[in-house]
Design a protein around this ligand. Structure first.
Ligand code: SF4
Length: 321
């Protein structure tokens, strides 16, 4: 079977080859020249990394399968001939006048406890969980309702609806993980969680204009991911978070036996600031202390101060003066 896709250049990723002659297997130009200012996927990914494989502009398009099959549905013509008819009134004999397609009853009822009647047994492909789904949901739903068919949508479409949330958007990592693993076929598939979460954050930023991100916790993210090169991948993750232009708080639990702020020992170098919360036990009480260990470009106090919580006044830091 030949390669049915055209690798290395696609309108979906807004990429193109410089040359008109392209090697079909690789998609590389027959003459891939040094200093090319072309726009193929290989070229772009040297600057933009994995970003280039994503259809763009993100959230504003629905991408189609970009394959050129040697045989497709348009090559099939069903030239059937109606032989006999079923469901006619008792005693009626089928004639060209009483066996028209428009007379066929295609109604079905789905469900047992909660039933749904359809005009036709048609269920749409699921709308994705993107801005496109959010923006077009009502139109699709109206069309499906008028036609009497079922419209399905991705489970996160409601997460893209600004009216469904207040000022807080919660992405549940455990739920994301469970959903991704629900399909048995995907169990062996390696999911790039860092990239998936960054993509989700980009769309939330665009949708809600988020100012602050709290990731709770880094350990949960690590439990999802298998890092081949933790330093490199975390560096990329932190850089991408900075590019989002939002203030990010990454919660990291410190092991009891070591003074490190992250599992891989690089998180404190990569972060612009470290706010350290600590619990100290005195006899029968446990007190909370807070300190700012690091805050780039800031001349800050390095004391360790008691942090107290009062139901009426909220959190309060007790300083010596
Ligand atoms: S880098 Fe330039 S010359 Fe090489 S395959 Fe891509 S578009 Fe063609």
């Amino acid at each position: 079977m030949p390669n049915l896709a055209r690798p290395n250049a696609s309108d979906v990723s807004q990429t193109s080859n410089r040359s008109r002659d392209v090697v079909p297997g690789s998609g590389i130009c027959a003459r891939c020249v040094d200093g090319c200012t072309g726009n193929c996927e290989v070229f772009q990914s040297t600057f933009r990394g994995r970003e280039v494989i994503y259809p763009s502009p993100y959230g504003e398009l629905t991408a189609g399968g970009n394959k050129d099959y040697p045989v497709d549905y348009s090559h099939f013509n069903i030239q059937g001939y109606a032989l006999g008819a079923e469901g006619l009134p008792e005693g009626a004999v089928g004639t060209p006048d009483n066996t028209l397609f428009t007379m066929v009853n295609t109604e079905v009822t789905l469900g047992t406890t909660h039933t749904e009647k359809l005009k036709m047994p048609i269920i749409s492909g699921a709308l994705g969980s993107t801005e496109v789904a959010r923006a077009s949901w009502e139109h699709f739903a109206a069309g499906a309702a008028i036609s009497g068919v079922v419209l399905t949508c991705g489970e996160n479409v409601c997460g893209m609806d600004p009216d469904a949330t207040d000022d807080l958007v919660v992405i549940d990592l455990a739920r994301v993980r469970k959903d991704a693993r629900m399909d048995d076929k995907s169990k062996s598939k390696r999911i790039d969680w860092l990239h998936s979460i960054l993509t989700a954050l980009q769309s939330y930023k665009k949708m809600f204009g988020c100012e602050v991100l709290t990731l709770d916790s880094l350990a949960a993210l690590y439990a999802l991911s298998t890092f081949e090169n933790p330093r490199g991948e975390l560096f990329y993750f932190f850089e991408q978070l900075r590019d989002l232009d939002i203030t990010s708080f990454l919660i990291s639990e410190m092991p009891t036996d070591r003074e490190v702020f992250g599992l891989y020992g690089v998180e404190d170098f990569l972060a612009d600031g470290i706010i350290h919360l600590n619990v100290e036990k005195h006899e029968h009480t446990a007190n909370l202390y807070v300190s700012v260990n690091k805050m780039r470009k800031t001349n800050h106090d390095r004391g360790f101060f008691p942090l107290i919580y009062n139901r009426d006044y909220g959190f309060e830091i007790i300083t010596v003066d």
